[in-house]
Design a protein around this ligand. Structure first.
Ligand SMILES: [Zn+2]
Length: 316
């Protein structure tokens, strides 16, 4: 495909006819992106690299890109952004730039380099050497982005992106990495909701509840989104519950935990959920990972869940 770039470059004006962004004279947000991550536009009808249409690895937002052949690929080859030709060239570049800008930092928190991440990903993923982006209006500007095993869905209009764009992209890339490390070809996420959100919040540097406030919420009860209450501050408690594990065991142990879940998912035999809503794959992996509490005592999932407030109040 790389050899085709020269020929395809000649097609760019054709592909982009009708969607060229007008030249900006001001100092608005778009100037930040017009000359950022270098790359080329391609047409999947020429390259054969269509957006995946499998139903296990996409969130519902990304389904908007299944029939969109136009994509922008960064020079590194790591990032591809698909979307409607109705969006501006800068919208594509801006999304690719944000993904390129934040992926290494996010992977660093997982103690991984890009190549290691690629090797760790499920072989069932359609494009294991790429992060796919999907520009779709079904992601509202305020939510801005969502992630799944294959793709990060991004609101297309970069001029409306929120102030905390970098933090939100890091949060979603964290979900993308989690999903890729922890699932093989499972249709549903295998991580408890509190763990996925808590880890993403910590990686993105979002606010965390003070350890002294741990009695205000029971994060470990929120195994799924349906278990979660309406209070926004719960996310700060998810971060606190995740951070306790990472502080006691190190970030690499958390990555190994995700790898173990993937291994268990691949092996089968641990389908389904516990009475309290966690997947068996998560519980088995947690108990096989050799995790410890802040005093270096063995920490099973059952003990963490039962003794959460006791452990938190004795750890700080
Ligand atoms: Zn999240």
């Amino acid at each position: 495909m790389r050899a085709c770039k020269g020929a395809l470059l000649a097609l760019i004006p054709v592909i982009l006819a009708g969607c060229k962004v007008s030249v900006s004279s001001g100092h608005d947000h778009s100037d930040d992106y017009s000359h950022s991550t270098p790359g080329f536009f391609f047409d999947a009808r020429d390259t054969g690299d269509h957006f995946p249409d499998s139903d296990w690895d996409l969130d519902t937002h990304a389904e908007a890109c299944i029939d969109e052949p136009l994509y922008f690929e960064s020079d590194s080859g790591r990032v591809r952004v698909y979307g409607s030709p109705a969006y501006s060239e800068t919208d594509f570049r801006a999304a690719a730039t944000e993904l390129e800008r934040h992926i290494d930092g996010v992977l660093g928190h997982y103690q991984l380099r890009w190549q290691e991440f690629v090797e760790d990903r499920s072989a069932a993923v359609p494009y294991p050497h790429q992060i796919l982006g999907c520009l779709t209006e079904s992601v509202l500007p305020d939510d801005f982005a969502e992630a799944s095993v294959s793709a990060v869905s991004i609101s297309p209009h970069h001029r409306q992106w929120p102030y905390k764009t970098g933090q939100i992209i890091s949060h979603q890339l964290s979900h993308f990495v989690q999903e890729n490390l922890s699932r093989y070809d499972a249709r549903h996420p295998l991580l408890p909701y509190w763990f996925a959100e808590g880890q993403a919040a910590v990686v993105a540097g979002e606010p965390m509840a003070s350890p002294y406030q741990h009695y205000d919420y029971d994060p470990l009860d929120d195994a799924t989104l349906l278990d979660a209450g309406p209070a926004d501050y719960r996310f700060e408690h998810y971060a606190l519950a995740y951070r306790y594990l990472e502080d006691a065991n190190g970030a690499l142990a958390m990555t190994i935990l995700l790898d173990l879940i993937q291994l268990i998912d691949w092996e089968d035999g641990f389908e389904g959920h516990t009475d309290t809503g966690e997947t068996w794959a998560f519980v088995e992996a947690f108990n096989a990972a050799g995790l410890v509490d802040h005093r270096n005592q063995a920490l099973t999932w059952q003990r963490y869940k039962t003794d959460y407030h006791y452990l938190l109040s004795h750890s700080y």
